[in-house]
Ligand binder design. Sequence first.
Ligand code: SAH
Ligand code: SF4
Length: 365
Amino acid sequence: MTVNLLDFDAAGLTAFFAEQGEKPFRARQVLHWIHRSGLADFDAMSDIAKSLREKLRKIASVIPPAFVSDSLSDDGTRKFLFDVGGGNAVETVFIPEDDRGTLCISTQAGCALDCSFCATGKQGFNRNLTVAEIIGQLWQVGRTLAADAGSTERIISNVVLMGMGEPLANFENTVTALHLMLDDHAYGLSRRRVTVSTSGLVPAMDRLGAECPVALAVSLHAPNDRLRDQLVPINRKYPLRELIAACNRYLPNAPRDFVTFEYVMLDGVNDTDAHADELLELTRKVPCKINLIPFNPFPGSPYRRSPAHRTRRFAEILMNAGVVTTTRKTRGDDIDAACGQLAGQVLDKTRRIARRVFELHEVRP
Ligand code: SAH
Ligand code: SF4
């Protein structure tokens, strides 16, 4: 078994090199070759001494998750499927826009949090992705896009952790992958261009703010506890009052001075004028922007998407009160790549009933 160097950020790689009696600057050079140049072959790392290259060939490797297939949507959105073993596959979505290219990355095979409107949640949870599996999505898709475009230009300018899974429930691996995204010797993205989306794991939000603050999106979806308890069950453990307080603790360290609240528009469930008014009350408690997401249906989902005129009216109420509100364009829904449609393939290891008990009574997330 060789050591997979995609599992290391700069600190980890330096420590690994030190164990081998190698200097820190060698680790930096190798990090650069792997992530900046997209190389997996040590022999191609031309400024590394031949003896070190030979040693690395014996003890180390660069192994991303196995790329299975990709599909291209009519609107240019491209969905990549990765096999992460044991019958599990995860999805990564590239969304090109005029002024940026955003990669939406997965952090878990499945998700244990069981939000009632989410295809990933409905599949259950199998396991956390490793650092190599998380950063490997960026590594692999970056290489593929560059090769297809025949260019060395950076095509991925933004990363959002909004694919399958709850990033903050896989905290250590997510943060190590974030370090690589931000590291100038790896992907060199600014903190403002990397967004973690969470359903609201309060203690982990505090840890993220202390250890690696990046842009924060919070999946709100309901303006009161009664409704949010149903839609986002983790709310029973961390209700809105605590969630809003955690957002306010996060912002002083964050690269942006607002939180983005994601709000999926469910016909007749959370989309009335009264809900908008209630939401306004909430937005007074924390600097925020609201991102309305048209609900994307999936087989067996019990909800319908709010009609376009309803979403427009909802946005109007918020905007008239001075709250910056955007409505997400649905991208890639012809290839099931839209928000909440990512299902990949997950062998659920947890029994749903056991998971409920865990959610409601465990102290740790
Ligand atoms: N677990 C994290 C990140 C992944 S979900 C979180 O919940 O924030 C990414 C976003 O897609 C979240 O805002 C989520 O609520 C939203 N989403 C989930 N299912 C959806 C669906 N069917 N239609 C539209 N958005 C959905
Ligand atoms: Fe998990 Fe996010 Fe889906 Fe909820 S919305 S089940 S937290 S992936």
